[in-house]
Design a protein around this ligand. Structure first.
Ligand SMILES: Cc1cc2nc3c(=O)[nH]c(=O)nc-3n(C[C@H](O)[C@H](O)[C@H](O)COP(=O)(O)OP(=O)(O)OC[C@H]3O[C@@H](n4cnc5c(N)ncnc54)[C@H](O)[C@@H]3O)c2cc1C
Length: 495
């Protein structure tokens, strides 16, 4: 540890806040994490009901090395704190006409699977597709995801010239759907690869084609799931942070940042004024500017005008039977994907033809459900909360979702539900202060979205840093881990 021992406040114990807190503590800071909830993890939390355990938020876990590196940085063996399964299937796909396809974390297996369902010519295109996704990922991730986009240092390297030379091939000027249509003739495969836009809460008909790189993660780098469930990511990081001496003030909502002469000097929380040297804000950026930042602070208008990402309705169902035809991750597609996303974009009747995602954690974690039963996390993408009448919408979604699943399985699933809970966009906002219940901060629907996300460092307030889904590089567990890393690096480098 270094000797510099300034006091840093981290506002929010989401994944990015935990990542920043651990790194700053290792760098020798006194770190206090303020969290309004009684638990850490933000969206990465869980609950139990009548013998079923449900992860409430994320279910897809990629790039586990980003969790491991926090333990390694602290000189610990990650496996003593956190472990994960490496799974042999990516996802099972179902369509209304009875077509089924399973994809794997193996290009050869995927070519065989696609060839047998859609013919060898579509199968051969997969090689080309995954190679293209890998190239896009390898070329851009080190700049667009792993470093600040607001630091000259990121761009002062010869490798950037290589990226610039490749720009015409990256798909920045066309949509993900357009790029996918260039590759596949089979509309179902276009739909399948379009779904990766939802990994950051965007629409495939708006988000740029560079998002193809996301497919590289699961299909080539592997499909994983934490032992103990997704919740173990936040819990193991919290254990590490506590062990390192990070102080947690739970049930403590930060009410205001104190800024004097363009410098952060403190915050108000728990009816107390806390004197601090620096502050890392893990709270949603829009929320922070609206509720926490003093009035005199200049607002970054373009950044705050960015549209929130999509949200979701989640049904947590404990079922009295198991369905072996379903795996860890399953998707039943809508019949008209374009219309579905148009409805999400325009706040239309998205429930009439939704794509349904079903995650069954007890496939890998049998203790998550009683014997011979299944615990289902059933999710439908929705617009972010704009005051819609969710009381009226939820039953409509539930009915359509049950119909869709029952058709796919040939069994009426409704009567098998023993345990049920629902999470709506406004519940997500209430629990995490994410504006509109957005899952991933701001959407990536605009071509320049990556550059319009909030920087990890304030350009007007000394000592103020940002991390989390609404800051660079965006939402999702891996990116939030990176966001905390970049914010902590800025802070340490500024000293
Ligand atoms: C249903 C759902 C499904 C998802 N699926 C996936 C998935 O499969 N894979 C994936 O990678 N990602 C997924 N995501 C997205 C992922 O969960 C998030 O991008 C990520 O967890 C956000 O982390 P964060 O650090 O931005 O903070 P958040 O989780 O938003 O937490 C912010 C924390 O700050 C606290 N806070 C805010 N304001 C204050 C204040 N004033 N004072 C004190 N505390 C405050 C909040 O209480 C909260 O704990 C999903 C999200 C949801 C909700």
């Amino acid at each position: 540890m270094s000797t510099s021992s300034s006091t840093v406040a981290v506002v929010g114990a989401g994944i990015a806040g935990l990542s920043a807190a651990i790194r700053l503590r290792i760098a020798g800071k006194e770190v206090i994490v303020f969290e309004q909830n009684s638990y850490t993890g933000g969206k990465v939390t869980a609950f139990e009901k009548e013998g079923f355990r449900f992860d409430m938020g994320p279910s897809l876990f990629t790039l586990p090395h980003l969790v491991d590196e926090l333990f390694e940085l602290a000189g610990k063996n990650p496996r003593e704190y956190f472990n994960y399964h490496t799974h042999d299937e990516v996802c099972r796909y179902f369509w209304e006409d009875g077509t089924k396809l399973t994809l794997f974390p193996s290009i050869e297996k995927n070519v065989a699977a696609v060839s047998s369902v859609f013919g060898p010519s579509e199968g051969r295109k997969l090689f080309h597709y995954f190679e293209m996704a890998r190239r896009k990922y390898d070329l851009t991730a080190p700049f667009f995801l792993e470093k600040s986009l607001h630091s000259a240092r990121t761009f002062l390297t010869p490798k950037v010239l290589k990226v610039l030379a490749e720009i015409p091939k990256l798909g920045l000027f066309s949509t993900l759907n357009e790029e996918n249509e260039k590759v596949f003739s089979e509309p179902k495969l276009v739909q399948l690869f379009n779904r990766y836009a939802t990994y950051n809460g965007s629409s495939p008909y708006q988000t740029p084609g560079i998002m193809q790189m996301i497919t590289h993660l699961e299909h080539s780098l592997g499909t994983h799931f934490p032992v103990g469930g997704m919740h173990e990511i936040s819990q193991s990081l919290t254990r590490l942070a506590v062990e390192l001496g990070v102080r947690f003030e739970l049930d403590t909502r930060v009410e205001e940042f104190i800024i004097e002469n363009h410098e952060i000097t403190g915050l108000v929380a728990g009816e107390k004024i806390w004197t601090i040297d620096q502050l890392v804000c893990n709270s949603d950026v829009k929320y922070a500017y609206k509720h926490l930042m003093p009035k005199q602070v200049k607002r970054p208008k373009k950044t705050l005008a960015q549209e929130p990402s999509s949200s979701a309705l989640i049904f947590y169902w404990g079922l009295s039977e198991q369905f072996p035809e379903m795996d860890l991750h399953n998707i039943i597609f809508s019949e008209d994907y374009r219309e579905e996303f148009e409805n999400i974009r325009t706040n239309g009747p998205f429930w009439e033809d939704p794509t349904v995602y079903i995650h069954i954690s007890n496939r890998l974690e049998p203790g998550d459900a009683p014997e011979n039963k299944d615990c289902w996390f059933v999710m439908v993408n929705t617009p972010y909360d704009q005051g819609q009448d969710w009381e009226a919408i939820v039953p409509l979604v539930r009915e359509k979702v049950l119909e869709r699943i029952s058709n796919a399985l040939g069994t009426a699933v409704g009567p098998l539900i023993e345990v049920e809970e629902v999470l709506r966009p406004q519940d997500i906002e209430k629990r995490t202060s994410s504006v509109g219940g957005a899952l991933y901060g701001t959407s990536s629907n605009e071509r320049m979205a990556a550059f319009l996300r909030h920087s990890n460092k304030s350009n007007s307030i000394k000592g103020l840093y940002f991390c989390g889904g609404s800051a660079h590089p965006g939402g999702g567990v891996p990116l939030c881990l990176l966001s905390g890393k970049i914010a902590a690096q800025w802070l340490v480098n500024d000293e």
